[in-house]
Ligand binder design. Structure first.
Ligand code: NAD
Length: 343
């Protein structure tokens, strides 16, 4: 066995009602003037935290929104992010400029709160920065905050997280610690998501899903991602497709594409999700169908005439991937994913 494991520092405060610990976590950081950043959906909840709030966080962290937030936060000495990847992205963008400590309070399963990565957009161009300054110092996972996640978003956000775990298992940086995280994440979501579809208020399933989100986010933060994430970045960045829905559609296709080149990872995925026929890709597709997740890119707004350009962009500068990323095969994968075909 040979590997490099680069542990990322984070203080994780997990549990039902853990938001009540926010005050003591702020004090623990020695901060006296915390501010909260959130999206409009969480504006009221942000103000209820009893600290100044900036509530205009937006998808893909536009630089002009960060400029406005910088002007609004004054001499704050700590940034609290309340919300999904968009709110957390804004706190990270502020931390990149100021190195202020962050407390992230995620309300989706996207996983950004445990990664040292920030994606931001300027003049419509998305760039990615990897910097320890953007890694939140503290994460408060409060299961209660996820109870309001609607059914569709619970499903797609969960599949978005599962994609981090799937790709961690065949990453060139794969290692035993992250492999164990990935398996736990996959098992947690495979168990929790069907239960959540039946009962959104199932506290035990909500807890398992949020735990899976932490594990999966840790995979994303620690090891490089492959073809699946490249395809989703192209489809989101260049064609404006919605983030978690796109991940849901692509995951079974990217997994099937890599199956022959990563048999050990496939066996671990299939086992973790308890795939009926022992096949990882079929198991993920069956799960997506069972959950009522979107199955076709055409339903997310991609035009068939965009497929050639998407294939060009996805193969121009591919991420490291177990199976070589070759244009004809990627064009075929995209055509299947566009139509939702699964044979
Ligand atoms: P998001 O934060 O935009 O949230 C999606 C939608 O869900 C929003 O409309 C939001 O208001 C709503 N929402 C969030 N929590 C809710 C709740 N508990 N109840 C009801 N509605 C709720 O999106 P996301 O999927 O969390 O994150 C996606 C964004 O994060 C993308 O911009 C993506 O690029 C970024 N991201 C970054 C990283 C990273 O490591 N840098 C990792 C994952 C995602």
């Amino acid at each position: 066995m040979k590997f490099v494991y680069n542990a990322l520092p984070a203080r994780i405060v997990f549990g039902q009602g853990s938001l009540a610990q926010l005050g003591s976590e702020v004090a623990r950081l020695g901060a006296k003037r915390p501010v909260v950043v959130a999206g409009r959906h969480h504006a009221e909840a942000a103000r209820a935290l009893g600290m100044p709030a900036f509530t205009d966080a937006a998808m893909h962290t536009p630089v002009e929104v960060t400029d406005q937030a910088m002007a609004a936060i004054g001499d704050a000495d700590c940034v609290v992010a309340l919300g999904g990847g968009s709110a957390i992205g804004l706190a990270k963008a502020i931390a990149l400029r100021t190195d202020l400590p962050q407390i992230a309070i995620p309300t989706t399963y996207a996983g950004s709160e445990v990664t040292p990565v920030l994606g931001q957009t300027e003049h419509g161009v998305k760039t990615t920065v990897r910097d320890q300054k953007v890694l939140p110092e503290v994460v408060i996972y409060d299961v209660a905050l996820t109870l309001s996640l609607p059914r569709a978003l619970s499903v797609t956000s969960g599949m978005n997280a599962m994609a981090h775990a799937v790709e961690a298992l065949y990453s060139p940086d794969a290692n035993p610690v992250i492999g164990a995280f990935a398996e736990q994440a996959l098992a947690a979501f495979a168990h929790a998501l069907p239960a959540l579809v039946d009962d959104l208020a199932d506290g035990e399933a909500r807890g398992a899903a949020l735990y899976g989100a932490w594990m999966a986010g840790s995979c994303l933060g620690s090891v490089g991602m492959g073809l699946h994430h490249k395809l989703c970045h192209v489809l989101g960045g260049s064609f404006g497709l919605p983030h978690s829905e796109t991940h849901s559609v692509i995951l079974p296709y990217a997994t099937r594409f890599n199956a022959s080149a990563a048999p050990d990872a496939m066996a671990r995925i299939a086992h973790a999700i308890d795939a009926e026929d022992g096949d990882a890709a079929n198991g993920l597709r069956a799960l997506a169908e069972q959950l009522g997740a979107p199955l076709a890119l055409r339903d997310l707004g991609l035009a068939e005439t965009d497929l050639d350009r998407a294939a060009d962009l996805a193969t121009m500068t591919p991420y490291p991937n177990p199976r070589p990323v070759e244009r004809t095969a990627i064009r075929a994968l995209l055509a299947d994913a566009w139509a939702g075909a699964w044979t």
